[in-house]
Design a protein around this ligand. Structure first.
Ligand SMILES: N[C@@H](CCC(=O)N[C@@H](CS)C(=O)NCC(=O)O)C(=O)O
Length: 191
């Protein structure tokens, strides 16, 4: 049985939760209090961060790697396209994810100019989603899952309006039709 060291409020953990839900994988959750992390979490991950996936004495940190691992370990339903170019595009979005989250966290900290910087990122996302239905191309998958936890938190916790970004708004609405993503909206609402 897989165990996920998890924190409800953590968007990186949300990535793992969504992939596990999409693939209907059974797992146990150990909720970590991020405000008072247990010392033993450093034995699971030297950085002390969540998520961490565990199976027996095997441990895997880092949400992007966890997503890829789950994709390989539980191939159905596929969350990476069959087409190599679409897979590469999905991975490129995931690789560049810090560009999106740095302004998000700056906004959360209330830094000057952060709202405009985050808006630029939403504009870039909007442009991509104006060209294709999903971040990776024609199919829903890991790239969408990699970004949606922050977009959801930006909208629902930070009060960021998506009105000026209709393609992002539409993408989020389509994502929320999926039970695995809708469950995350409920998690965010309960934070
Ligand atoms: N690169 C890591 C980042 C994970 C991360 O930053 N998790 C946060 C919670 S959202 C955490 O554990 N923070 C505790 C800390 O930084 O000490 C990943 O993708 O899994």
């Amino acid at each position: 049985m897989l165990t996920l060291y998890d924190a409800a409020r953590c968007p990186y953990c949300a990535r793992a939760r969504i992939v596990l839900a999409e693939k209907a994988v059974e797992y146990e959750t150990v909720e970590i209090d991020l405000a008072d992390r247990p010392a033993w979490i450093y034995e699971k991950n030297a950085t002390g961060r969540v998520p961490v996936l565990e199976e027996g004495d095997w441990l895997l940190p880092e949400s992007a790697v966890i997503m890829e691992y789950l994709e390989e370990r539980f191939p159905a339903p596929a969350l990476l396209a069959a087409d190599a170019a679409e897979r590469a595009l999905a991975r490129l979005w995931i690789f560049r994810h810090d560009d999106f989250t740095k302004p998000y966290y700056a906004l959360r900290r209330g830094e000057d100019g952060a709202a405009a910087r985050f808006d630029e990122q939403l504009t870039a996302l909007d442009a991509a989603l104006g060209e294709q239905p999903w971040l990776g191309g024609n199919e829903y998958g890991l790239a969408d899952i990699a970004y949606v936890p922050w977009v959801l938190r930006a909208r629902d916790s930070l009060g960021v309006s998506l009105d000026a970004h209709p393609a992002v708004d539409d993408w989020l609405a389509r994502l929320l039709e999926r039970p695995a993503v809708a469950a995350e909206a409920a998690v965010v609402a309960a934070l």
